[in-house]
Write a protein that binds this ligand. Structure first.
Ligand code: UFG
Length: 331
């Protein structure tokens, strides 16, 4: 059985489905701080399975230990974390406390329960503003600007130290920009309040829920002046976690790091025009000033994941944008 922390969240819920599809039993832990109990219902509609679920605050070790004591756990995928860059600047202690304490508690559980297969959700944010692109896993990290980004850098350091002392098998996945939704339209990115990320904002403007999108800067040194990112379909990203669990099984006691993206850089303007074309829906926008902390351009070199994890993104930008729009319309 695989313990999935944050299993009702955006990436976690899609990963639960992929784990199930590949024959894994799943135990979901979440405290619904950034998700909803209705996700469990949707998971059942999609898979026909009532997944084991524990409502646990990962910052409370005794609660975690007690709740999980009757389950036989072979591996852990640790998704649960706060993830808003802007909020982390205003409330750094909230981020350091939650993201670091929940990680150390999950690792303590792995130590006590002899769980040796660990997969961690990191982010391309650890590369900060890279000197050259595409970034490989050996591009220097540690230049993350936001407290959120720093929690990912510190978490990676904690994992490396824990690996040295424990010989656990740890696979650290650095995600690029996950977007898109499950084909059912039941699961997707459902931000609370005003979206910070680009795609939820775009779909809300297209749906008439918001007046217009602000494009943060058109004066970057990129092909059209807007920022470039490596957008990856959340379903492809979810599948990478199953490959990571399997990779850990084949590579006992290894500590590994993989970029998980498509390897393709897409500008904000390209994303907008593709959205309008694919969904035949206009998106009103204005150019506004740069957002502080934004990196001009970043995308992944994913050869390592292709070679070793045997994983490659299969879905393209059109798939991402049509599924995101389908999800928005249904919700
Ligand atoms: N953008 C806009 N207008 C918006 C929102 C975003 O123009 O209203 C632009 C940004 O400037 C950026 C691009 O769209 O160029 C993507 O921005 P996001 O906020 O969606 O994502 P980021 O690249 O900033 O990445 C952040 C975190 C990552 C995390 C990722 C996805 O830094 O760690 O969100 O959650 F993985």
């Amino acid at each position: 059985m695989i313990l999935v922390t944050g299993g009702t969240g955006y990436i976690g819920s899609h990963s639960v489905i992929e784990l199930h599809n590949e024959g894994y039993d799943v135990l979901i832990v979440d405290n619904f701080v950034n998700s909803s109990p209705s996700v469990l219902k949707h998971l059942k509609t999609i898979t026909g399975v009532d997944f084991n679920f524990l409502q646990v605050d990962l910052c409370d070790y005794e609660q975690l230990k007690d709740a999980t004591k009757n389950y036989s756990i072979e591996g852990v995928i640790h998704f649960a974390a706060f993830k808003s860059v802007g909020e982390s600047v205003d409330l750094p202690l909230k981020y350091y406390n939650n993201n670091i304490q929940s990680l150390t508690n999950v690792l303590k559980l792995c130590e006590e329960r002899e769980i040796s297969n660990i997969v961690f959700s990191s982010s391309c944010t650890v590369y900060g503003n890279p000197e050259s692109i595409p970034v490989t896993e050996s591009t220097p990290i540690g230049k993350a600007e936001s407290p959120y980004g720093k929690t990912k850098v510190f978490s990676e350091e904690i994992l490396k130290d824990f690996h040295k002392s424990s010989s656990k098998t740890i696979c650290n996945l650095r995600y690029f920009n996950p977007i898109g939704a499950h084909e059912s339209g039941l699961l997707g990115d459902y931000p609370d309040g005003k979206p910070n990320n680009l795609l939820p904002f775009v779909t809300q403007v297209a749906a008439g829920l918001r007046e217009k999108l602000s494009v943060f800067g058109d004066d970057y040194n990129t092909k059209d002046g807007s920022c470039i990112r490596d957008y990856i379909h959340v379903v492809d990203l979810a599948k990478a976690h199953v490959n990571a669990i399997d990779y850990n099984k084949r590579n006992r006691k290894l500590y590994s790091v993989f970029n998980i993206g498509t390897g393709v850089g897409v500008s904000v303007f390209e994303l907008l025009s593709t959205f309008e074309k694919v969904n035949k829906t206009p998106v009103k926008f204005e150019i506004s000033k740069r957002r502080s902390g934004d990196v001009g351009a970043i995308y992944a070199d994913c050869q390592n994941a292709a070679k070793k994890l045997n994983w490659k993104a299969k879905l393209n930008l059109e798939d991402m944008l049509s599924s995101a729009w389908n999800f928005q319309k249904k919700n």
